[in-house]
Design a protein around this ligand. Structure first.
Ligand code: NDP
Length: 492
């Protein structure tokens, strides 16, 4: 025993030296002072005559003025989309549509640094993520669906796939460009035209994307972008000229949309919230699992619908897992989103920060134990430190509600059956993760977990070829893969 003690390698303390700043230059992006709506291939002034300021969440500085579209602006965009649908796009051979979509993908890659910087400025996410995840995966979606455009008959043999018409697409602020790509690429590959509304807090990469459409020579009206807040989204949902609504956002708004379009014959896909379980068994490679837990909840400040926000650890390794986790958390760097060393950036808006703070407060009040890393948060902007709650009961709000911030709730289990029961004890069903050395156990768990995506020994992996979507209050319909085409087609 004594010999064993001697050979133990002491765990090194987290390094206490500081990194030098490594800021990405912002000169590559030149925002216009004002952005109109992108309708019929041009930037037009909003009929509403209303504008608002979009800001940098990291310091609350003004970035550009953005048009607030109202009902008649939406109507104008729907008309443009309808014209483009009837008079060309839906009749083009798939191989011709593909050329435009491939072009868009290539331009996105050529302009990737500009898009990454713009995304980090307007959303608050670290440049490392926008550069290495958001932009390349957005481009990959355009490449992937360009490939399908002329093969729809093969994707659905003997079913004569036809486009739906005009798709109204409403996207959130957590992955502005990536959600745009998830929505626009399959829709136009299938021969539909679109009216897309980005979130009012993060419109800039969608507006830069309008320029990509022009650069690619995309026929006017195939893609239209209307900016504005929830009222603009609601006007799209009500518009009789829209054939399909694709929505990503909160469960509350998703339900409202479903009620509004009931009986209208409009098609609908909803990608809503989540409260994913990240399940760690005692036979896993623990250091890798800890990386997966960190990535699962602190990636994009936890503002991720499929975030692994509930950690389920097997009781036998609880102490060890928590100590490794806390140590790893203490090395996370929170701060300037444009610094290449930053791991956790700014929260997207004041409203979102207040939601996180309110839920964290409820966790304290209900009796959970809180651990936060010691980090100096900038004075201006919206910030929240990486946080973990232990002593969490399943009934606590922090174990049930989507926090959408860098906050992890830890629960324990003893047997695989108990892990399944606890993981499924949620109104949501979007994703889950399983960490174990046994492939058979991953399959056993995946069969029982009520989640649209189950990751095995990894987390938050996205691939355009792989369908994504939820069960229960996480919504319905799938995006990505061949399944993602089906949402934009009818069959004769
Ligand atoms: P919302 O559901 O309000 O926003 C999603 C999109 O819908 C945005 O473009 C929004 O516009 C728009 N919208 C808002 N109200 C309506 C409406 N009545 N009809 C049509 N469209 C509408 O989410 P929030 O931004 O308010 O975030 C709230 C919570 O939702 C978060 O804390 C998180 O828990 C969850 N969420 C989940 C997401 C996911 O990926 N599943 C993404 C975002 C949020 P605008 O933003 O301009 O108001």
């Amino acid at each position: 025993m004594a010999d064993l003690e001697k050979t133990k390698v002491p765990t090194p303390a987290p390094l206490d030296w500081e990194y030098a700043p490594a800021p990405e230059s912002r000169d590559i992006v030149r925002f216009q002072e004002r952005y109109g709506l992108f309708v019929g291939g041009e930037q037009v002034e909003p009929l509403s005559g209303e504008w608002y300021s979009t800001i940098e969440p990291a310091n609350e500085e003004h970035l550009a003025e953005i048009a607030q579209a109202r009902e008649d602006d939406v109507d104008r965009a729907v008309q443009a989309a309808r014209d483009a649908f009837e008079n060309g796009w839906s009749k083009l051979p798939g191989s011709e549509r593909a050329k435009y979509i491939f072009r868009i993908a290539r331009i996105l890659l050529e302009r990737s640094r500009e898009f990454a910087v713009a995304e980090s400025l307007n959303s608050g996410k670290p440049i490392r993520e926008s550069r290495d995840v958001d932009v390349p995966i957005a481009a990959a979606h355009f490449f992937y669906y360009a490939g399908w455009a002329d093969k729809l008959e093969y994707a659905f043999p003997n079913r004569r796939p036809q486009p739906l018409g005009v798709a109204g697409q409403i996207i959130p602020w957590n992955f502005p460009l990536l959600m745009l790509a998830w929505k626009i690429a399959p829709a136009i590959a299938c021969g539909n035209t679109v009216v897309l509304k980005p979130s009012h807090t993060t419109p800039l990469t969608a507006l830069l994307f309008a320029d990509v459409c022009r650069q690619a020579g995309l026929p006017p009206g195939v893609v239209n972008i209307v900016t504005g807040d929830g009222r603009t989204g609601a006007a799209m949902v009500r518009h009789p000229g829209i054939d399909k609504i694709a929505f990503t956002g909160s469960t509350g708004v998703g339900k409202e949309i479903q009620r509004t379009i009931a009986g209208t014959g409009k098609r609908l896909t909803l990608e809503l919230g989540g409260k994913a379980a990240n399940i760690v068994f005692d036979d896993c490679a623990l250091d890798q699992a800890v990386e997966g837990i960190i990535n699962g909840i602190y990636f994009n400040q936890g503002e991720v619908c499929c975030a692994g926000s509930r950690l389920l650890v097997q009781e036998s390794i609880y102490e060890q897992a928590l100590s490794k986790l806390k140590r790893r958390m203490s090395t996370l760097r929170v701060g300037d989103p444009l610094d290449k060393n930053t791991d956790v950036g700014a929260i997207n808006s004041r409203e979102q920060l207040e939601r996180i703070e309110e839920l964290v407060e409820s966790g304290r009040e209900e009796g959970a134990e809180i651990f936060q890393t010691e980090c100096t948060l900038p004075d201006r902007g919206f910030w929240f430190p990486p946080t973990v709650f232990t002593n969490v009961a399943q009934s606590y709000r922090i174990a049930q509600e989507e926090i959408f911030g860098p906050v992890l709730s830890v629960l324990t289990f003893r047997t695989p059956e108990e892990a399944v029961e606890k993981a499924n004890n949620t109104a949501y069903g979007l994703s889950a993760g399983v960490w174990t050395e046994k492939g058979s156990r991953i399959l056993w768990m995946a069969e029982r977990l009520r989640a649209g995506v189950v990751w095995g020994n990894t987390f938050n992996r996205f691939d355009p070829a792989s369908p994504f979507g939820g069960y229960k209050e996480s919504g319905f319909g799938r995006e990505g893969g061949r399944h993602g085409l089906e949402a934009y087609l009818r069959f004769e």
